[in-house]
Design a protein around this ligand. Structure first.
Ligand SMILES: Cc1cc2nc3c(=O)[nH]c(=O)nc-3n(C[C@H](O)[C@H](O)[C@H](O)COP(=O)(O)OP(=O)(O)OC[C@H]3O[C@@H](n4cnc5c(N)ncnc54)[C@H](O)[C@@H]3O)c2cc1C
Length: 131
C-alpha cells in the first residue's frame, strides 16, 4: 500500500464503523476512509435482525448485499405453550456478508490490529503507511 492520508479514521470495525464507512463510500467517494479493527475482520461474528419498518425501503435496498436472510411473509415465534405469527417482513444481516460488502469498498484501507493512539497519531502526522 502506498503512503496515503486519510480524511477519516474509524477505530473499531464493528457495525457502527462498518455502516459509516460503507455509506461514506457511496455518498462521499472522494473521502479517504480507514477502519482500524483489531480482529482484522469487520463486524465480528454477529447476526443483526430487523423488521421492515425499522429502516426505510431505500436503506433496506442499500443493506441488501449484507442481508442474506429475509422472511417476506413474516415468521412464527414459538415459546413453551405459546406461539405467535408476526406478519411484518423480517431481515437478518450477517457479519460475514457485511465484511464482504464493506471490504469491497475499503479494500486495503482496512487496517488490522488494536488501536494504538501513539502509533495512529504518528501515522496521521506523516501520512498513513500501512503494513
Ligand atoms: C448476540 C447479539 C445479538 C444482537 N442482535 C442485534 C439485532 O438483532 N439487531 C440489532 O440492532 N442489534 C443487535 N445487537 C446489538 C449490536 O450488535 C450492537 O448494537 C452493535 O454491534 C454495536 O456496534 P458497534 O460498532 O458500536 O460496536 P461493536 O459491534 O462491539 O464493534 C466494536 C469493534 O471495535 C473493535 N475494537 C475494540 N477495541 C479496539 C481497539 N483497541 N483497537 C481496534 N479495534 C477495537 C472490536 O473488535 C469490534 O469489532 C446484538 C448484539 C449481540 C451481542
Amino acid at each position: 500500500m502506498e503512503s496515503a492520508e486519510f480524511d477519516l479514521i474509524l477505530v473499531g470495525g464493528g457495525l457502527a464503523s462498518s455502516l459509516i464507512a460503507w455509506r461514506l463510500a457511496i455518498d462521499r467517494p472522494e473521502l479517504k476512509v480507514a477502519v482500524v479493527e483489531r480482529d482484522g475482520r469487520l463486524g465480528g461474528k454477529h447476526t443483526w435482525s430487523f423488521f421492515d419498518g425499522d429502516i426505510s425501503t431505500e436503506d433496506r435496498a442499500w443493506l441488501a448485499p449484507a442481508t442474506p436472510h429475509r422472511w417476506e411473509d413474516g415468521y412464527e415465534v414459538y415459546f413453551p405453550g405459546l406461539s405467535r405469527t408476526l406478519e411484518t417482513p423480517y431481515n437478518s444481516m450477517t457479519s460475514e456478508r457485511l465484511h464482504e460488502a464493506v471490504d469491497a469498498f475499503l479494500g486495503e484501507h482496512v487496517q488490522d490490529g488494536p488501536f494504538d493512539a501513539e502509533r495512529e497519531r504518528a501515522l496521521i502526522a506523516r501520512g498513513w503507511k500501512a503494513n
